[in-house]
Design a protein around this ligand. Structure first.
Ligand SMILES: Cc1cc2nc3c(=O)[nH]c(=O)nc-3n(C[C@H](O)[C@H](O)[C@H](O)COP(=O)(O)OP(=O)(O)OC[C@H]3O[C@@H](n4cnc5c(N)ncnc54)[C@H](O)[C@@H]3O)c2cc1C
Length: 396
């Protein structure tokens, strides 16, 4: 059987893969192939709004066939392994592809094994997550009908894409509870595994103020270790030890992991939890120079987000031909962003670099303060930029 060969093979047609394919074509790359099994593309940031009752799944879904650039060779299949020594990708359907350059962007996936009982819990009406399209609408069904009892929001810091956005359903729901007069009858606990609610000190402070205004009890440095979906009980671990907490409703921003074939293909390093071992500056693999990675699957030493991809995509699109031509490679500075609603009409941006220093896109006004204009931008304008500019490779 003749094995097809492509100048560039991209694995994953999500935010990173489609944007990069379009950008490479615009830059004159003559032969780009994309591997992705999904017929439907999701604009994932709107999942938080679905979970908060402010969007529907129809708002965030598009046929993948409308988004893959026409000059890209699309393999509707799933990668099951990579042989980086033979420069070959093996697909689940049995075919193989040979690449000149390989770009890995298959994202990450929910790690159901990380917290025993979590999968069973989200199968009940008392627990849910915004992190999967099949559960996001259930989250609002669960939250919107609450009139009494304890609701717990638990945000992991283990590779969760854009983890502070897990607070969006909380604040959208809290505003709804206040408007419908039930907020005082609810006990709302927020458990955050990391030390901050968002990546900058200022955004952390703003979000704590907002939580306080709704009477939300905030605990950082607290992880869910086990869920008992029958007793509706959580085992928690924090610096002070272990404890249990019961719930009537549970929202989870669950731990994520890399696809297992990444490590099995020898593309992860020790201590990277199976994520692709790239130089965080050039996004080039540390061992295999013709392999690149970006997006949620790459070890870039900063919080993964769609906003981070606005910077990563142009870097990889430049570095692939630059490395062939022997000209200097560009660097990704570690910029990332988390847009967090503080009500059903206001939102702030936590924008920062790899070290957690604020890195605002514009110096004025202060976007780390909740603003109406930012809510409108994030909910309504940003999706249009995504469909019509980012996925078309038009952002430099
Ligand atoms: C609920 C939620 C809310 C978010 N909110 C925001 C936000 O407000 N702002 C923000 O900046 N970021 C946000 N993010 C993060 C952002 O969506 C991700 O960082 C971004 O989608 C990562 O892009 P990616 O291309 O790396 O991965 P993905 O978008 O996950 O795409 C991965 C693609 O790879 C494909 N794939 C997987 N395995 C294989 C395989 N074996 N073979 C071939 N293809 C494969 C999948 O089908 C998918 O199309 C949010 C994420 C979630 C889940």
């Amino acid at each position: 059987m003749i094995v097809p060969r492509h100048r560039v093979v991209i694995v994953g047609g999500g935010n990173a893969g489609i944007s990069l394919a379009a950008k490479l074509l615009r830059g004159g790359c003559p032969d780009v192939a994309l591997v992705d099994p999904n017929e439907v593309h999701h604009y994932r940031p709107l999942l938080s709004y679905v979970a908060g009752g402010a969007a529907t799944l129809d708002d965030l879904r598009r046929p993948q066939a409308d988004l893959v650039p026409v000059d890209v060779h699309w393999y509707e299949d799933r990668v099951r392994a990579v042989d980086p020594v033979a420069s070959t990708v093996h697909l689940a359907g049995g075919r193989s592809l040979v690449y000149g350059d390989l770009v890995l962007c298959p994202g990450s996936e929910v790690d159901w094994d990380a917290v025993p009982g979590m999968a069973e819990a989200v199968a009940t009406p008392h627990a849910s997550t915004s992190y999967l399209p099949e559960h996001a609408p259930d989250t609002w069904d669960m939250l919107s009908v609450l009139t009494t009892g304890r609701v717990v929001f638990a945000i992991s810091d283990r590779h969760v894409p854009c983890s502070p956005v897990g607070l969006k359903p909380l604040f959208l729901a809290a505003d709804h509870w206040r408007a419908t007069g039930v907020l005082d009858a609810l006990t709302v606990d927020l458990l955050v595994e990391g030390s901050r609610l968002a990546g900058t000190a200022q955004a952390d402070e703003e979000l704590r103020l907002a939580a306080d205004a709704y009477g939300v009890r905030v605990r950082t440095g607290t992880a869910v270790e086990r869920v008992d979906p029958v007793a509706r009980r959580l085992d928690l671990r924090s610096r002070v030890g272990t404890e249990t907490l019961t719930y009537d409703a549970l929202y989870l921003a669950p731990p994520h992991r890399a696809p297992t074939w990444v490590a099995a293909s020898g593309l992860a390093s020790e201590g990277s939890d199976g994520f692709v071992d790239v130089d965080p500056l050039t996004l080039r693999h540390r061992t295999y120079p013709r392999v690149w990675a970006l997006g949620d699957v790459a070890t870039v030493e900063t919080s993964p987000s769609g906003g981070a991809l606005r910077k990563q995509v142009p870097v990889v699109a430049h570095n692939i031909p630059a490395s062939r031509a022997g000209v200097p490679l560009r660097h990704y500075d570690g910029y990332t962003v988390a847009p967090v609603t503080t009500s059903r009409s206001e939102l702030l941006l936590a924008e920062h670099d790899r070290e957690g220093h604020a890195e605002p896109t514009i110096p004025f006004p202060d976007l780390a303060r909740p603003r109406r204009s930012l809510y409108v931008f994030d909910r309504y304008v940003e999706p249009q930029i995504y469909w019509h500019r980012l996925l078309r490779g038009k952002v430099s």
